[in-house]
Design a protein around this ligand. Structure first.
Ligand SMILES: Cc1cc2nc3c(=O)[nH]c(=O)nc-3n(C[C@H](O)[C@H](O)[C@H](O)COP(=O)(O)O)c2cc1C
Length: 167
């Protein structure tokens, strides 16, 4: 699959098989995350890789949907807030860095036949408590990681002429 195929094949997977993810695939995904660009190359993030086995109740407190705990892993990207680059006008790039890291994870997973789903609507306090995330680290985005048990769904996008402004 070339990069354009991967981009087109990615979709939010909300149903997972009860099938383990190979450690080799997980390693490739984490190396893709490591290659993500960050502002000033500060790399002020941590990736939490959590096994879901035996943690269904705990995970339900973090995100309410049942399918969230069905995949073998939940991955979270946390920003180390006070170590991220801040623009002159005080705009922090912490969220931007974390989003790029997660996008690398998600696209790498897709290329390996795995499913993911961006989760923004989770409870960050429950996540921090569950995984003893230290002070100063802010969980930005989560995803389950596992083999999909649903077929590709292409969700509608606005036409390009609504999204692009040529100047
Ligand atoms: C920043 C962000 C946060 C999201 N949060 C959630 C979420 O909490 N729960 C969920 O089921 N999907 C979530 N999504 C997935 C979007 O609903 C999904 O990407 C969008 O509907 C397009 O569908 P597709 O990913 O299948 O192309 C999120 C996506 C993004 C980019």
């Amino acid at each position: 699959m070339d990069v354009f195929d991967v981009i087109q094949k990615r979709f939010s997977v909300r149903s997972y098989q009860d099938k383990p993810v190979e450690q080799e695939k997980l390693n490739i995904i984490l190396e893709a995350a490591q290659s993500a660009p960050t502002a000033c190359n500060l790399q002020s993030f941590k990736i939490i890789v959590a096994k879901t086995e035996g943690r269904r109740e705990l995970l339900k407190k973090i995100y309410h949907q049942n399918w969230f705990a069905d995949a073998p892993y939940v991955i979270g990207v946390c920003a180390i807030k006070d170590k991220c680059w801040v623009r002159k006008d005080s705009k922090s790039y912490a969220d931007v860095d974390a989003a790029i890291v997660m996008d690398h994870i998600i696209l790498a997973a897709t290329a390996l036949g795995l499913g993911t789903c961006w989760i923004g609507a989770f409870d960050p306090i429950a996540f921090k408590e569950a995984f003893e995330i230290e002070e100063g680290m802010e969980p930005i985005v989560l995803t389950p990681l596992g083999y999909p048990s649903e077929d590709f769904i292409r969700r509608k996008r606005k036409p390009l002429d609504e999204l692009v402004i040529y100047k």
